[in-house]
Write a protein that binds this ligand. Structure first.
Ligand code: HEC
Ligand code: HEC
Ligand code: HEC
Ligand code: HEC
Ligand code: HEC
Ligand code: HEC
Ligand code: HEC
Length: 422
């Protein structure tokens, strides 16, 4: 009896020991895996919060030249606090109003250090809202946001750079004049680095914590929240390998595209709360393409470069092309046509067929106007005062192909510029 008991006891003890060992090894393995994953891809899977960000200014200490360059990019200027320098429109008397209809005027006013949009009906003030956040670098235009409690609304009057005038906000009716359209979280997700949503619920207008908002499309939007990276590198100044940070260059083609696609693939439908996607994640786990953007022929250029590029042979028939093939994400290279044309020639090394009427070097230095012509954006489109049709901003198409009419236009312009020189 006793020996059976002893045997049983030993058996139980061994089993327990073995199980403990198994569990223990598993734990270690899991921990190793987690650690590996964490080092590769900082925070994937965990909830992203405000405290995990270090801010773009912090990076300057160790990545000086990248940071200096970055401060001149459209990403940096795309959202700012409202101030004299950030608002492009004029507050000078005579230029500071938008007339909606007889007796219905929105006036743009400065009072001490604040700026307001004020609706006057037959000369009487009806609504007054402050400019709080500026959206848009002003390359094409700007739209302004205003806090009402924890909500953010878009103001009715925007600024259109092409004509240097105030304009009706894109998609806004002329009547009634709207001062309460809530800003979606997606709007901020594409134009800012982080906003802390309060009680996220996709069915009601979002609420945000104004003390936990990071404006600009900052370094950490493309590299992941970096407080841990900064802390680690500060404590290990002799370590030459970057830890707890994502370098998109080391991601697969699809995941690298996803970093930009978060904001450059047009309308998407949310599967998860906003501001949780970070570089290294698969965008498919967070968003599905929206039915609106699937409508054939709709060139939703407000942020849909990926969709348009994907239709091009360059993209389909090269195995490596990403956005970074042509764009240096840290530098403002706007209108540097020669530089972009050199990047085309990293793949198109054969000399171009001669084009009648153009010297070869002219063809060589500007692939862009003929193969990626400017087209009208139907979504960045502003209605001006006393006009019935909106004016569309001109955007580069990323559908890279042969446009015969553009070639004719190019030759004509070149010929007349040569004549002028004579
Ligand atoms: C205390 C110094 C320090 C600070 C501050 C710092 N970094 Fe780094 N970072 C490093 C070092 C060191 C490396 C490794 C060497 C290298 O790649 O330059 C690195 C590497 C990187 C890499 C490349 C990683 C890779 O795998 O190739 C990225 C991206 C990066 N840092 C982004 C940032 C961003 C964004 C910030 C600001 C939020 C930042 N760093 C702040 C020191 C720092
Ligand atoms: C968080 C959203 C977001 C991400 C991520 C993002 N962009 Fe952008 N990007 C924008 C917005 C918004 C603008 C428009 C800025 C403006 O003019 O106000 C923009 C503008 C640009 C421009 C035009 C620059 C100019 O000088 O006018 C280029 C080029 C660009 N992005 C490329 C990229 C590439 C490449 C990536 C990925 C490596 C990327 N973007 C990632 C939101 C984003
Ligand atoms: C719009 C997205 C975007 C923004 C904003 C951005 N980066 Fe990058 N960064 C990238 C991409 C993409 C790469 C990989 C480039 C490549 O493939 O050559 C990269 C590479 C890097 C690298 C490693 C390679 C190198 O060039 O040394 C560092 C370090 C870095 N970024 C730091 C920063 C810092 C610091 C900021 C802010 C001041 C910043 N980045 C802002 C997209 C971005
Ligand atoms: C899917 C991402 C995305 C969303 C959502 C989005 N934008 Fe944009 N926005 C962009 C990109 C990318 C650009 C650069 C131009 C382009 O590609 O069409 C841009 C350009 C702009 C510009 C012109 C900037 C300039 O000077 O050229 C304004 C103004 C603007 N957006 C305002 C808004 C406002 C306001 C909202 C929300 C109500 C919004 N956008 C929603 C991505 C987005
Ligand atoms: C990563 C490599 C790569 C880069 C960079 C690249 N292309 Fe292409 N491109 C291709 C491939 C591959 C094809 C399809 C095979 C071919 O026609 O050579 C192609 C096709 C084309 C075509 C024919 C399209 C058609 O519909 O018949 C044009 C035009 C073109 N590219 C222009 C450009 C221009 C302009 C640039 C720069 C803005 C550029 N490419 C950059 C790889 C590239
Ligand atoms: C084959 C080269 C090429 C590739 C790949 C490419 N672009 Fe561009 N992109 C250009 C050129 C050229 C321009 C015009 C630049 C200029 O004139 O300032 C441009 C302009 C832009 C602009 C500004 C549009 C405007 O008209 O104001 C944005 C935003 C942009 N690209 C985003 C992207 C994104 C996001 C990707 C990846 C999905 C991408 N690009 C891939 C060549 C490319
Ligand atoms: C003045 C307008 C113009 C300029 C500038 C121009 N192209 Fe073209 N390109 C054309 C036309 C038109 C065609 C189609 C007729 C042909 O094949 O000659 C074409 C054809 C092409 C093709 C397709 C060739 C094929 O066999 O299908 C490629 C690739 C291409 N161009 C790339 C470039 C690159 C790269 C540059 C800049 C170095 C450039 N183009 C500059 C007008 C232009």
């Amino acid at each position: 009896m006793r020996s059976v008991y002893l045997y049983k006891r030993t058996f139980i003890i061994s089993i327990t020991l073995v199980s403990i060992l198994i569990v223990f090894t598993k734990c270690i393995n899991n921990q190793n895996k987690k650690q590996e994953q964490k080092e590769e891809n900082v925070l994937t899977g965990s909830v992203i919060t405000y405290d995990q960000f270090a801010g773009s200014e912090t990076c300057a200490k160790c990545h000086q030249s990248i940071t200096d360059n970055y401060f001149h990019t459209a990403h940096f200027y795309t959202s700012q606090n409202a101030a004299e320098q950030s608002i492009k429109g004029s507050f000078i008397h005579g230029k500071n109003s938008f007339t909606y209809d007889v007796g219905k005027i929105v006036s743009l006013e400065k009072k001490q250090d604040s700026f307001y949009q004020v609706y006057y009906y037959k000369g009487k003030e009806v609504v007054r809202r402050r400019f709080d956040i500026v959206i848009g670098s002003g390359t094409n235009g700007q739209t302004y946001l205003s806090w009402i409690g924890n909500h953010i609304i878009e103001l009715p009057v925007s600024y259109f750079t092409q004509v240097h005038q105030w304009a009706n906000s894109p998609g806004y009716p002329l009547s009634p004049i709207i001062f309460n359209r809530p800003v979606t979280a997606r709007c901020l997700e594409c134009h800012a680095t982080f906003a802390q949503a309060i009680n996220y619920n996709p069915d009601i207008p979002p609420m945000f914590d104004s003390s936990k908002m990071i404006l600009t499309v900052g370094c950490e939007k493309c590299h992941g929240p970096a407080a841990q990276h900064v802390a680690y590198e500060e404590q290990h100044p002799n370590d030459s390998i970057g830890k707890f940070i994502v370098n998109p260059a080391k991601l697969t083609r699809q995941l690298s595209l996803d970093v930009c696609a978060l904001c450059h693939s047009g309308r998407l439908d949310e599967l998860k709360p906003p501001f949780q996607f970070i570089p290294g994640d698969s965008l498919n786990d967070f968003y599905t393409s929206s039915d609106v953007s699937k409508k054939a022929g709709v060139m939703d250029v407000h942020g849909n470069q990926l969709g348009v590029l994907s239709a091009s042979k360059c993209f389909q028939l090269s195995k490596t092309m990403t956005c970074v093939t042509c764009h240096d994400p840290h530098t403002n290279e706007r209108n540097n046509t020669t530089l972009f044309s050199q990047r085309c020639q990293s793949c198109h090394t054969n000399q171009h067929k001669a084009i009648e009427g153009l010297p070869d070097d002219v063809v060589k230095n500007n692939c862009i106007d003929c193969h990626m012509p400017l087209q009208e954006s139907t979504s960045i489109s502003f209605l001006l005062q006393n006009k019935t049709q909106p004016v569309n901003a001109m955007m580069r198409t990323h559908y890279i192909t042969v446009y015969n009419d553009e070639t004719k236009k190019f030759i004509k312009q070149y010929t007349s510029s040569q004549k002028k020189k004579l």
